[in-house]
Design a protein around this ligand. Structure first.
Ligand code: LLP
Length: 423
């Protein structure tokens, strides 16, 4: 079921016309459907029923406080990668013990703050981090519950910039070196080994890489147990893909059933860390056409959203569906690039699209941007971050307002040796 559909010729998010939001909030803006977020969560919750498993939302995909709170209220934990994300998770009401701290480079001060807050699990990615964490935990007089993120060396078959489970990636500890790392962890007095972790990549559209990785991890878990380690948890990571164009990603229930089957008899609690699959299809970006510029080769439709608002097309060659907010029944289309106003050739949202002819003032909706959309935005060109809006049925609310230019400038300072600005 889609939560973004035309009703009486106008694109709606659930029961709210996007044009109504645009009139009140201005463009561009991100818009999230609560129904879609809940529906994705429910599929995970239903899928793990009866399993010894939990879901920790990878909040890097979308860390809007309202989104995190929604998942938290539904029972989610959080997978965080920074102290900023930790504070967001706590501010949104996720209990610290339900937080997992991941990441390839955590500073001693960050590890200390995480231990002080009482995060439930730290996924360690290197021997150096084991030593640092042990020292920090010793200073605080606590034991840190850890897993080691193991790199199982499988090809996730995704874009080079978002694959993580190959030997040549910086993530985790090489599976061939994992036993040594666990031996070190076992010798360090302030660490308590609770399990193993992996994450092999993002936007996976096949279950096969998961199967191969889990099989390798199973063998490792057997070895680690015979080495005397207590491996009670198996963190399988995230990565399940969504539909951008014509991908056919596995259903959430098939994914979870596969994980249950492949780990049968292992006696581990499973952790899933989905990000994109929970939020990706639940968010859209709405933008207004500024002008249309016909060219010899193709037409450029210049809109008021740009690469600073949505970096995925230019960074990953990502394809996002774009449709007019006002339904167009005419069959005629023109070949165009949808571009932003930024002075860079990489500033596009789509290239070589066949869209109904658009004119200044028309609104367009860019789909499947709930994940890695707003969170990857920047204020390049002193463009204010696009606001985020949440819709629930016929209600909507701005969950992060657009900053004014004055607010943006007010955080900067002149050095004391410069002349004060004259009024
Ligand atoms: N767990 C760990 C340790 C991760 O590194 C990630 C994502 C996830 C879970 C969640 O993965 P997901 O379920 O969302 O695929 N910016 C890129 C995606 C980067 C993903 C980074 N790690 C994009 O826009 O495609």
């Amino acid at each position: 079921m889609s939560f973004f559909t035309y009703r009486d010729g106008a694109m709606h998010a659930e029961g709210v016309a996007l044009a109504t939001i645009a009139a009140q909030v201005g463009t561009p803006f991100y818009c999230y459907s609560t129904g879609a977020l809940r529906a994705a969560w429910r599929e995970f919750a239903d899928g793990i029923r009866g399993m010894n498993a939990r879901v920790c939302y990878a909040m890097k995909a979308n860390s809007n406080l309202a989104v995190i709170r929604l998942f938290g209220e539904l029972g989610a934990g959080a997978d965080i990668v920074s102290l900023g994300e930790m504070q967001r998770a706590l501010a949104a009401g996720i209990p610290a013990r339900r937080i997992i701290y991941s990441g390839v480079g955590k500073k001693p001060s960050e590890l200390m703050a995480a231990l002080q807050a009482g995060v439930g699990q730290i996924n360690v990615e290197s021997s150096a981090e084991l030593e640092t964490l042990n020292a920090v935990a010793g200073q605080l007089g606590v034991a840190a519950d850890i897993t080691i993120r193991v790199n199982p060396d499988v090809d996730a078959g995704t874009h080079a910039k978002i694959t993580t489970g190959r030997k040549e990636n910086k993530f985790g500890i090489d599976i061939d070196l994992a036993r040594d790392a666990y031996a070190l962890a076992g010798r360090l007095p302030n660490l308590r080994v609770v399990g193993v972790a992996m994450h092999i990549g993002s936007q996976l559209t096949s279950l096969n890489p998961y199967r191969s990785a889990i099989a390798r991890m199973r063998a490792l878990i057997g070895q680690l147990r015979s080495d005397g380690h207590a491996i009670d948890r198996f963190d399988i990571g995230g990565g399940l893909g969504i539909v951008y164009a014509d991908e056919k990603p596995p259903s959430i229930s098939d994914f979870l059933a596969m994980a249950a089957r492949e780990t049968d008899g292992l006696g581990c609690e499973l952790t899933f860390e989905p990000g994109r699959r929970l939020v990706g299809e639940a968010g859209v970006l709405v933008s207004e056409v500024i002008l249309v510029k016909p060219g010899a080769a193709k037409t450029f439709v210049v809109v008021d959203a740009a690469m600073n608002d949505l970096i995925r097309p230019t960074l990953y060659e990502a394809w996002h569906d774009i449709v007019p907010v006002k339904e167009r029944r005419d069959a005629a289309t023109i070949r165009c690039d949808i571009v932003g106003p930024i002075c860079e050739s990489g500033d596009y949202l789509a290239q070589n699209r066949d869209l109904p002819p658009l004119a200044a003032g028309d609104l367009v909706m860019i789909r499947s941007v709930g994940a890695y959309g707003a969170v990857m935005a920047s204020a390049y060109n002193t463009r204010p971050l696009a606001p985020e809006v949440m819709v629930d049925g016929t209600r909507f609310a701005v969950t992060r307002p657009r900053p004014s230019i004055e607010e943006m400038l007010s955080v900067e300072r002149f050095p004391p040796w410069m002349e004060p600005t004259k009024p």
